[in-house]
Design a protein. Sequence first.
Length: 256
Amino acid sequence: MASLPQRGVACPPKPWSLGFAPSRPPTPTRPRYMAETTLMEKLVSLCKRRGFVFQSSEIYGGLGSVWDYGPLGVELKKNVKDRWWRAMVHARDDIEGLDAAILMHPRVWEASGHWQHFADAMFRAEDQKCDAALKPVSCPGFLLIQKRSLLSYRDLPLRRCELGVVHRDEASGALHGLLRARQFVQDDGHILCEPDQAEDEVLRFAGVLPRFYAAFGLGPPALALSLRPEHRAGDDASWDHAEGVLRRAADRLGVP
């Protein structure tokens, strides 16, 4: 996202109108990405003028990709989260919500493999009183909650979801405004199931997405098959099985 403008920009005369003209459509001499960039710059400027969002610690030089929300911004953020919770939890009887801790013991991340493979991207709190790390993902917290529950194989598939605040110590070159940040809320779904249930669970999830996007006035999402990265946790046999499940589900969904 483009950098936020300097203070002192005059507000439009109508405080609750958008206050800017739409971007010019793309032409052969003005590609689409230029039109989209211009619109994004105007949206960023508008959000700052109206007090939606500000770069954290801005008057002291700013902290890259960490954001403060003003009165309008926090209302918008709350509305989106509330709408998500109603659509994903209250409106369904096949999934329940949870909220795992943000700060966790290093042994959690050792057990999950994050400490061995992704420690460089984690924020660690280490002093005489506390040795812990801020969670970069929500999955280990979900598993810790479920390990404290009395479960049976008859409870499978078990579906849970959360709006988890996560922190990632991203390299400065990888940051991208509001689109790739060091602190953000991740809408996470967690499923425990038998191996032979996994393919149906992928299809079930893919079927939920268009309805959820439509609730926000958005078109159906574009799906794509994502396979194992070069740097990863887990053994090849587990990845072979998981990728096989995804490939079969993708074929049934018509995903290239």
